[in-house]
Design a protein around this ligand. Structure first.
Ligand code: SF4
Length: 766
């Protein structure tokens, strides 16, 4: 072992090696409490301030202000624990809880939206608290719990408002420019930027000193307009270094290679002597090539001249060093997994020392000791626990029961290893989605089971595992709060908006006993569209005017397509009659005579029953005036690629057609007309993508659907929730796709008839 203060460590490239050395020093010298107050390492050129928390917080603050206060950056500041709110200390609201709550509301961006959106949330919570007081639900204990939880949330949002508004005001001042900006930044650093250790405090002081220096200069020049300070602050965070000191007793000293070696220490290590780092590629300036520079003046620096200088400086360094010198290079690029090669300087040194004047990279590699890897070959080389384990497992001394030992100490690795083994076996097990206990709970045919919707059944058919996650465990990815600069509304929001417009327009003209008419109603439907668009603008402001115009244009075209097509289609023998019929769910607005909170009970061919719910976009009465015949239409605001005229069910992935026909049939007969008959189910695609197409099937073509429904229910009753083995099902899924090996394994399980629980899925997919 060599004492730290006899060592100087020289690096060839600051950008790569300084962060690595800094992080390694922190890992190795962090004490049991996690504190890294006094790491015994001195850095000649200091450490970039951007590693310290206050500097990271300042960098994000500048981005936040510059980009019009996006919610994502505010949440990042909270989630990375870079902020502290002095008034909150002692109260229960932590910054991570604050981050969770702020994610719940949609602010998007814009300073003024923070207050208005938080106020709306507070109002909404107050309304819900009031509702619980008037609730007629019999489970009083549950209502009480709900109320208390909402009151707590309300109190938390009040605290957030109290903290965020002054913070916003201060941040706004950072964006104002001149001395106001600098003063606000200093207040931010002292009041809000969190710092945990000495290094953080150094960073804060260093940043403050730089800001004060600029403040003094600006103050003395009151007549000029100094403009925004954001670029300067960003530059400050990127370039400021802190705690740059010379060698000290007890400390390892770290310095850049060219310019280092001044400490007189007995042990010098140089890292990074690869061909691309030293002396570098020597690329010429493309704007003024070397020969052009030489022609202008021999005092202009050239690429070849700079390489010569580096070589000379390196030779001088070697000449001045005394004691032991260790040179090293990385022989593998761990990012690209390609071989890396030594610097020509290292090759020359090898030729001199070894006497192999013709030596090349190959002979150098043979001459050197085996490369050091992440797995140390010697127990003395272990710096961390992980390295100790790697040494034991990969070191020279073989261990016969290594797997057993690892599993004993790391039980989670043992579980993972067991799961991998089970997944590669033929047996369909809990590691593949077999949960028999969940069958009775999730089966739509279970007695008193949950009412089932078309989208739940279609998810089950598409990927039973996704169904289990979404409807069984209720696991879902956190809502995204990112603002896409080239997108305003998500596809689902566009769908909601257009559905609302079509519904409102149809209701209006039906109340006036009219049929759709393009000449008469173009203005009317666009007025309705504008009302809904304005509502969405308030809810979720568009990122730019041009994005707004573009998406508004698409909405207007969809509305035009809708009206043109409906004008042609609707006649006295085809009358739009019921809109958004709510079956098994609360009515939307005035509702229809078909509406019922009670789910619709449907009998399947197996004799089992399911309770279904859903909102049917449209039911049209067709045929003569006194005919009892109807059609169902569902609006789709995307394209037609998922729907096939000659394959209405796509192995159950599309089952809404059958489910709605069965539900509407019952609802019509029980509420409107005992002789009612449904003739057809169809989709109407009025958007640009859908080109105004209609795809529909007469009732007869949908007769097989009920058998598919039965199979889906049986699959859920079996508790069998395998992944889909068709990667096309994985678009728009938040889970990780299976690897090819896992898909092959799954297909084997599917093919093995002894996995009886998979029988319904097997039948559906073949
Ligand atoms: S990624 Fe594919 S297989 Fe995995 S849950 Fe999602 S849809 Fe299923």
């Amino acid at each position: 072992r060599i004492p730290l203060d006899t060592v100087e460590l020289l690096y060839t490239e600051a950008g790569t090696y300084l962060p690595l050395i800094f992080e390694t020093a922190h890992t190795v010298f962090t004490d049991d409490t996690g504190s890294t107050n006094d790491i015994p390492v001195t850095f000649a050129q200091g450490v970039p301030a951007r590693y310290a928390r206050p500097a990271r917080a300042l960098a994000l603050l500048v981005q936040w202000v510059r980009n019009d206060f996006p919610q994502t950056i505010f949440v990042q500041l909270l989630q990375e624990d870079l902020l502290e709110f002095p008034e909150l200390s002692g109260q229960k609201l932590s910054t991570s809880r604050m981050a969770t709550l702020v994610r719940e509301i949609f602010i998007g961006f814009g300073e003024s939206r923070y207050e208005s959106v938080i106020n709306s949330k507070l109002k909404e919570l107050e309304g819900r608290i009031e509702d619980t007081k008037n609730s007629e639900d019999e489970d009083e204990a549950q209502i009480e719990r709900k109320r208390k939880s909402m009151e707590r949330k309300h109190a938390s949002f009040c605290q957030i408002k109290e903290e965020v508004l002054p913070f916003l005001a201060l941040s706004r001042a950072v964006g104002l420019g001149g001395t106001t900006s600098l003063e606000a930044t200093q207040e931010f650093l002292s009041r809000y930027a969190k710092g945990n250790n000495t290094f953080d405090n150094y960073a804060r002081t260093s940043l403050n000193e730089s800001i004060s220096a600029l403040h003094t200069i600006i103050e003395s020049d009151q007549d000029s307009d100094h403009g925004s300070m954001l670029d300067w602050l960003q530059d400050l965070v990127q370039t400021a270094t802190i705690a740059g000191v010379g060698p000290r007793p007890g400390c390892l000293h770290v310095a850049p290679m060219l310019g280092g070696g001044q400490s007189g220490r007995a042990n010098i290590f140089i890292v990074g002597l690869t061909d691309n780092r030293f002396p570098g590629a020597g690329l010429q300036d493309p704007l003024l090539l070397d020969h052009e520079r030489s022609a202008i003046s021999n005092r202009l620096p050239t690429a070849s001249g700079s390489i010569k200088q580096k070589r000379k400086a390196f030779t001088e360094l070697l000449a001045q060093l005394r004691g032991s010198l260790t040179l090293s290079y990385s022989c593998q690029d761990v990012v690209t997994d390609h071989d890396a090669y030594p610097s020509p300087a290292l090759l020359s040194i090898y030729r001199i020392i070894s006497g192999a004047r013709e030596g090349d990279v190959e002979t150098l590699t043979e001459w050197l000791a085996p490369a050091e890897t992440f797995a140390p070959q010697d127990s003395n080389a272990n710096l961390t626990k992980d390295e100790w384990w790697l040494w034991r497992l990969c070191g020279p001394e073989a261990i016969s029961n290594s797997e057993e030992l690892v599993h004993e100490v790391f039980p989670n690795l043992a579980h993972g290893s067991h799961a991998v083994t089970m997944r590669s076996s033929k047996e369909f097990s809990e590691f593949d989605g077999y949960v028999p206990e969940a069958g009775p709970l999730l089966s739509p045919t279970a007695e008193n089971g949950r009412p089932v919707s078309a989208s739940a059944l279609e998810t089950l058919a598409k990927c039973p595992f996704q169904f289990f996650m979404r409807y069984g465990l209720r696991v879902h990815a956190p809502d995204t709060i990112e603002v896409n600069p080239s997108k305003w509304l998500e596809a689902s929001d566009t769908g909601t908006l257009l559905h609302d417009v079509f519904r409102d327009y149809m209701r209006e003209i039906r109340d006036e006993d009219l049929l759709p008419n393009i000449e008469r109603d173009s203005e009317r439907i666009h007025k309705i569209l504008n009302e809904h668009v304005n509502h969405w603008v308030n809810l979720c402001p568009p990122p730019t005017e041009s994005v707004y115009r573009h998406e508004l244009g698409a909405l207007q075209r969809a509305v035009n397509t809708f009206l043109i097509d409906e004008t042609e289609r609707c006649t006295s023998s085809c009358t739009p009659t019921y809109f958004e019929a709510a079956l098994g769910m609360p009515s939307d607005g005035p509702g229809t005579p078909l509406d019922s909170r009670e789910p619709v009970t449907l009998k399947l061919p197996s004799g089992k029953k399911i309770r279904a719910r859903g909102q049917i976009d449209r039911i049209d009465q067709v045929g003569d005036e006194d005919a009892h015949t109807y059609e169902i239409w569902d609006y789709k605001t995307g394209g037609t690629s998922q729907f096939k005229q000659d394959d209405p069910f796509r192995q159950g992935r599309k089952i809404q057609n059958t489910l709605y026909m069965l539900m509407a049939d019952q609802a019509l007969k029980s509420s409107i007309d005992l002789n009612a008959q449904l003739l057809r189910f169809g989709y109407f695609f009025p958007s640009i993508k859908g080109k105004g197409e209609r795809i529909s099937w007469p009732k007869l073509e949908l007769s097989e659907g009920i058998t598919i429904l039965d199979k889906l229910c049986e699959l859920a009753s079996n508790g069998a929730f395998p992944h889909s083995h068709d990667s096309k099902d994985c678009h728009f899924c938040d889970h990780t796709e299976l690897s090819d090996t896992e898909i092959n394994g799954l297909q084997e399980k599917m093919g093995d008839e002894s996995n009886e629980s998979l029988a319904p899925f097997r039948e559906l997919r073949t």
